[in-house]
Design a protein around this ligand. Structure first.
Ligand code: ZN
Length: 106
């Protein structure tokens, strides 16, 4: 099967958005460490020729649909956008996530 880059492109857009706002705002609205981590994740994904990330499950926040989830030291899933804890929803893959997100926004 041909490798697709839906998730990768989504993460790149997210990263561009956060970096832009961190540069333009007087105080960075997004955790700069997280923005750096996201960047290195994107680079890892770009180097990985074998994995089709678009077929893997993705975790998203139930409340704000963000994929911006961090796992803390106690293994809690924290939404970095709205602050919810352990309120993630697992979608079978990025396409299902984007479809669910679009339906909710309409
Ligand atoms: Zn959230």
């Amino acid at each position: 099967m041909k490798k697709t880059n839906i998730l990768l492109n989504h993460l790149i857009d997210l990263w561009k958005f956060m970096s832009y706002h961190n540069v333009m705002a007087p105080f960075p609205p997004y955790d700069t460490e997280y923005v750096e981590e996201l960047k290195s994740k994107i680079l890892d994904m770009q180097e990985d020729e074998k994995t089709n990330y678009d077929e893997l499950p993705v975790a998203a926040c139930k409340y704000c649909n963000s994929l911006h989830i961090e796992v803390d030291d106690l293994n809690n899933d924290i939404c970095m956008r709205c602050g919810s804890i352990n309120e993630v929803e697992i979608h079978n893959n990025i396409e299902e996530y984007l479809k669910a997100k679009k339906e909710r926004e309409n």
